[in-house]
Write a protein that binds this ligand. Structure first.
Ligand code: HEM
Length: 190
């Protein structure tokens, strides 16, 4: 994956646990480089090793770590130059989710070797609050990050969300999440 993802992980660990912890993560993962270039592509294996090492070192379940990283990613990308891209994708959860593939295709203009995930929104009948989000990726094991990403988006839009994975790739063709959320609060009358 592009270095931007490893940098995001570094930022997450440094903010939460400090720079010394990050140095230990690099050491434990057996990663020689001390910094990543956002626009360089690195083997996926490297990112997975970093997550594995961080999870062992912090005594935190790898899925929980990926989820927390997903929440952080929404804040991180906004801070490192992608705020406008995020803003363009929508100002409420459902609109944003509908635009996720477009967002990644814009990202792909800057990162030509991007292998982005793909998302599809399935509306539910009005009687059932929420929606289903179908997630397809050529990578394995990132579903917990998707949960965190959706929670992060809920925070961004101040729309409290609950996310539950209801179908799993392997037994099923791909991962599916059921997302329940509060509709955008109506603007108070002027
Ligand atoms: C402007 C903000 C964003 C940028 C710049 C961005 C960029 C990226 C990049 C560079 C990758 C690595 C892919 C590769 O190197 O081949 C990636 C992966 C990913 N992105 Fe985004 N992204 C953004 C927002 C989001 C949001 C809001 C979601 C919410 C669902 C999301 C979901 C994912 C997932 C799940 C992956 C993991 C790769 C996979 O599943 O195969 N991204 N993104």
């Amino acid at each position: 994956m592009y270095g931007l993802v490893n940098q995001g992980l570094e930022d997450f660990v440094v903010q939460r646990f400090g720079g010394d912890t990050w140095r230990q993560v690099l050491q434990r993962a057996g990663v020689a480089q001390e910094m990543f270039i956002s626009m360089d592509s690195y083997p996926d294996e490297l990112s997975f090793k970093l997550v594995g090492a961080a999870s062992e070192l912090l005594g935190m379940d790898a899925d929980a770590l990926l989820e927390a990283f997903g929440q952080h990613w929404v804040l991180y990308t906004a801070q490192v130059g992608y705020g406008e891209m995020l803003a363009m994708a929508g100002s409420d959860l459902k609109t944003f989710l509908l635009n996720l593939d477009t967002l990644h295709s814009h990202v792909g203009m800057t990162f030509p070797d991007l292998r982005p995930p793909s998302f599809e929104v399935e509306s539910l009948p009005a009687s059932e609050q929420g929606l289903l989000l179908h997630y397809r990726s050529e990578r394995q094991g990132m579903a917990p990050m998707v949960i965190g990403l959706i929670e992060g988006l809920g925070q961004r839009f101040r729309q409290p969300v609950t996310v539950r994975q209801i179908a799993f790739r392997g037994p099923q063709d791909h991962d599916v999440f059921r997302i329940e959320y509060i509709e955008v609060p109506a603007h108070p009358a002027a």
